[in-house]
Design a protein around this ligand. Structure first.
Ligand code: ASP
Length: 437
């Protein structure tokens, strides 16, 4: 029986009702031995996450204002969960200690981390699992970078002594003993770390949606759920803004080739999305796995007759990187190159950047185009099927949208097209309906 590691997000642990659902899920399978918990999230749309309430307390204390009211609300959230679950258990000593630390200006990360710390204590008590503090197993280097090897060793060693345990997500410890958090949503990373450390058969990431969708539901009507996606495809879609997981959560499990299953706590019967290293016997449906896009790009087109292409391109790119501007794509022609960059990184620096390009490569002309949207059409099966690019272009063309740039990744995992921002949604819809029937 291969061990399963489960991570429950904030909405899955927002109140006693959700705790009961979580316990039912955990108890249905004995292999569900290690559980990573988030802090209580929103119970309804206008609600506040406990993590945000804790950040508020930090700011109030920093401004030397009273935290009494704000902290009492946090205590209330936990006490309500405890009493509605009927637990004979109190967090009062912990509350007192944390409140005192906030008043003594404890670090921002320490304060924020208490959300998962307290919630995990309740969950451990409710499930009858051991509580393992993440500060004993998750480590950062002095410079704040996550220390994956030390963490993996320590987590594996500690968990080998516990048959079943709850581990708080989101934080670890610095070499000097202070608490440090990952960036927001970081409990996903903790789940992945634990899965790697115990060499889990699967990392189940339980949230409030039934998996990853083929396109953004705000732009496409009820998009289909992706059944299976590879790590690489997920990275491509995530880079273009499609999110189900913290972007760094993939790395620990990727190393150990452990699949991730995105599941819905409120709909446990749905199989969700399976994120895997590779797919054998890939007979599934569409040649396209998902479509994602982003607005807010600019293209800088530089012309120069009879340029020496290699040095020309490298000089241009250096001018941009010196100004800390990310380069997204570099389509080239015989006498031109275009560079696609995020508009917000270029804003205000245009004159400097163009002057620098003029100085270094003496171009014949430089033109700037704003309001560009990029769309990534991602699918592992594109390598094997001919005509996919043709279908993408035809769909966009038939919708009356002009394509400004085309780029196909060399792994043939994705096709990127650039269109005018005004035509972004039309293009996205056209591609979606071409591939999803
Ligand atoms: N509670 C933290 C946040 O709200 C971490 C997490 O939920 O993953 O970002």
């Amino acid at each position: 029986m291969q061990t399963k590691v489960l991570k429950f997000g904030g909405s899955s642990l927002a109140d006693a009702k959700q705790f009961r659902r979580v316990a039912e899920i955990v108890r249905t399978e004995p292999s569900r031995r290690y559980v990573v918990a988030s802090a209580p999230g929103k119970r309804f749309s206008e609600d506040t996450k406990v993590t945000d309430m804790l950040y508020d307390c930090y700011h109030l204390a920093a401004e030397k204002k009273s935290i009494d009211g704000a902290f009492a609300k946090i205590e209330e959230r936990y006490n309500q969960i405890i009493s509605e679950l009927g637990l004979d258990f109190s967090l009062q000593d912990e509350f007192d200690k944390i409140k005192m630390s906030i008043l003594h200006h404890a670090g921002r990360d320490y304060i924020a981390s208490r959300g998962e710390y307290l919630n995990s204590m309740i969950l451990a008590e409710y499930l009858g699992y051991d509580f393992i503090d993440a500060e004993n197993c998750i480590f950062f280097f002095e410079n704040g970078v996550f220390d994956s090897e030390k963490t993996n060793e320590a987590t594996a060693e500690i968990l080998s002594r516990h048959e079943r345990a709850v581990i708080p997500g989101f934080y670890g410890v610095m070499p000097n003993g202070t608490i440090k958090t990952f960036s927001r949503g970081g409990s996903d990373i903790t789940g992945s770390i634990v899965a790697r450390a115990v060499n889990a058969g699967i990392y189940e990431n339980w949230t409030d949606v039934s998996g990853m969708l083929m396109a953004d539901p705000r732009l496409i009507d009820s998009p289909k759920t992706i059944d299976v996606i590879t790590y690489k495809e997920l990275r491509e879609l995530a880079y273009m803004g499609a999110t189900v997981l913290h972007e760094d959560a993939i790395f620990p499990v990727m190393e150990a080739k452990i699949p991730i299953n995105i599941r819905n706590t409120n709909k446990p019967e749905a199989s969700g999305t399976l994120i895997v290293p590779t797919v054998e016997n890939d007979t599934g449906s569409s040649v396209v796995t998902g479509i994602a896009g982003k607005v807010g790009f600019s293209t800088i087109t530089i012309e120069k007759g009879q340029m020496n292409k290699v040095s020309f391109i490298s000089e241009v790119l250096q001018c941009l990187t010196r100004h800390k501007i990310n380069i997204e794509h570099v389509p080239t022609g015989i006498d031109t190159i275009s560079v696609v960059v995020p508009t917000d990184q270029l804003k205000g620096k245009e004159e400097e950047v163009f002057a620098s390009i003029r100085r270094h490569v003496s171009p014949d002309a430089i033109t700037l185009n704003d309001s560009i949207a990029l769309i990534a059409v991602v699918g592992r099966k594109m390598v094997k099927s001919t005509g996919t690019a043709g279908r993408v272009f035809k769909a966009i063309g038939s919708a009356g949208v002009n394509i400004k740039m085309i780029d196909q990744g060399s792994s043939e995992l994705n096709i990127i097209v650039a269109v005018d921002e005004k035509e972004y949604i039309t293009a996205l819809k056209a591609i979606y309906s071409e591939f999803v029937k």
